[in-house]
Design a protein around this ligand. Structure first.
Ligand SMILES: [Zn+2]
Length: 125
């Protein structure tokens, strides 16, 4: 189970799938021994993801940021962070829904090919 990178909320506590983000940590001035690094992480909401992205980019001391959180949010950082959204996020959502019991695979309303051919044949008679 994952917990939100920003606020620590466990994955189980929310009804949505949350959001995967890739944080790009940049060393702040004075942090000589830190290197740039990327970390893939999970946040429980878009707002937490935006905050986590901002902290990674500008450091934990928000009063030193070159822009406000509102300004950062308005740059749509989540859209820029979106990578390989299609396949991974769909699988993630489906897996989460199945685990939560919200979705069941229903095969019973799929008509077998043989029955379809039968019904076509009956109409023609
Ligand atoms: Zn959160």
């Amino acid at each position: 189970m994952e917990t939100c990178h920003n606020c620590g909320l466990p994955e189980d506590c929310i009804s949505t799938t949350g959001r995967k983000v890739v944080l790009h940590f940049r060393p702040q001035p004075g942090e000589k021994f830190k290197r740039e690094r990327r970390q893939s992480t999970w946040c429980h909401s878009d707002e937490c993801a935006i905050q986590a992205l901002a902290v990674a980019q500008y450091g934990a001391a928000s009063h030193k940021w070159p822009l406000t959180l509102a300004e950062f949010r308005s740059t749509d950082p989540l859209a820029a962070n979106e990578k390989r959204p299609s396949r991974y996020s769909l699988e993630y959502k489906q897996g989460k829904m199945l685990r939560a019991g919200k979705a069941k695979i229903r095969l019973d309303h799929q008509i077998p090919a043989s029955q379809m051919i039968d019904s076509i044949g009956q109409k023609q008679q």
